[in-house]
Every structure is written in C-alpha cells, then in structure tokens.
Design a protein around this ligand. Structure first.
Ligand code: SF4
Ligand code: SF4
Length: 176
C-alpha cells in the first residue's frame, strides 16, 4: 500500500468510516501485524506508557473532575466532532491490536462515538485528546502535577507515534 493511499484512506471520514477501515486492515494484515516482533514490542511500550499516565491522572483526581464535568448540562469535552475528526484508522487499528473491543458506542452526534458511560473506550487516544488540558484541570492542579502530566503524556505520544510509523512502514512494505 503506498503512502498516499494510506493517508487518503486512514485519515479521512467520520469515526465509523475510520473504524471500517481499521477493521478492513485487520482482516487483510491482522495476523502478519500481530506476528511482527517490533510491532509487538512497541505495543507493549505504549501500553506501559498508558499505565503510567493513568496512574498519575488517578493520583491527580482527574477522573472525578471529568465525571463531575460530564454530568453538567453541556457535558464534558468529548464531543462528536472530536470523535470524528481527531481519530484515524491507524490509531483505531492499534487499539484493536492491543485487545480493545473498538466499536461505536453512541450515535447521537452530540458526544464522541467512542465515549461510553464509563469514559473513553480507547486505550490509545488521539493526540488532541491526550494534549487537551482544560481550565478545570489546570486550576485544580499544582505545578508539579501538571509538569509530570505533560512529561508522561509526551512519553505516551512518542510511543504511539513510533507504533504508527512501524505500522505505516509495514503497510508500505506489502506493496514491494
Ligand atoms: S478534560 Fe476538562 S473539560 Fe474535559 S471532561 Fe475533563 S474536566 Fe471536563
Ligand atoms: S478522549 Fe476518547 S471519548 Fe473523548 S473525544 Fe477523545 S476519543 Fe473521543
């Protein structure tokens, strides 16, 4: 698959289109991708980075802040626009490869289609979602907490980016 085709098919469409594309890639290349040693290793590195970030977010009480925010009229920050625009098929494929049951959990076109009652179903989240630091969190946290949050988010983004590049490289190699 050439680079232009990857870009034109994996990064376009709404959340459901991108999930269809991820499932189609899984059908064609899932076994090969799962058997690639470097991809397996990088999936483990990215999962470890998610775990470290989650632990820090829990220690900061971010879950409680977001739950309170989402319960208010107008909801939280996970809008339908975010779900459609910020995701891509490769990110969804990465989630599926690591065992997440990625599916459309709502179709109300108000909230993100990946936002379940218990929160985001994705283990690997879009860059924008990971980088988003709202005023509630900024005002409710101290400098050390925010600095650590930024550092752990950076480690995860880098791990996800490397994983994405490995998958793109793999897809490109299938044309050679
Ligand atoms: S990140 Fe901020 S705006 Fe989004 S749900 Fe949490 S508290 Fe609310
Ligand atoms: S964090 Fe998850 S649920 Fe929220 S907008 Fe991003 S992908 Fe959607």
């Amino acid at each position: 698959m050439d680079y232009k085709k990857i870009i034109s098919t994996c990064y376009c469409g709404n959340g459901a289109d991108k999930l269809d594309k991820a499932r189609s890639l899984l059908k064609s290349y899932g076994d090969l991708l799962s058997g690639e040693a470097r991809i397996k290793e990088q999936l483990a590195v990215a999962r470890a980075a998610v775990s470290l970030l989650d632990t820090h977010m829990t220690a900061m009480g971010m879950g409680k802040t977001c739950t309170a925010c989402a319960a208010r009229p107008g909801g939280g920050c996970c809008s339908a626009y975010m779900g459609h625009e910020n995701n891509d098929a490769l990110l969804l494929l990465m989630n599926i490869l690591t065992g997440v049951d990625v599916r459309i959990v709502r179709e109300d076109e108000i909230e993100c289609c990946f936002l379940a009652e218990t929160g985001c179903i994705l283990l690997f989240k879009p860059i924008f979602c990971l980088n988003y630091l709202c005023s509630h969190i900024q005002e409710g946290s101290n400098e050390t907490e925010l600095r650590l949050l930024e550092q752990k988010t950076g480690v995860l983004l880098s791990a996800q980016g490397q994983l994405e590049q490995l998958i793109i490289g793999f897809l490109q190699s299938q044309d050679e």
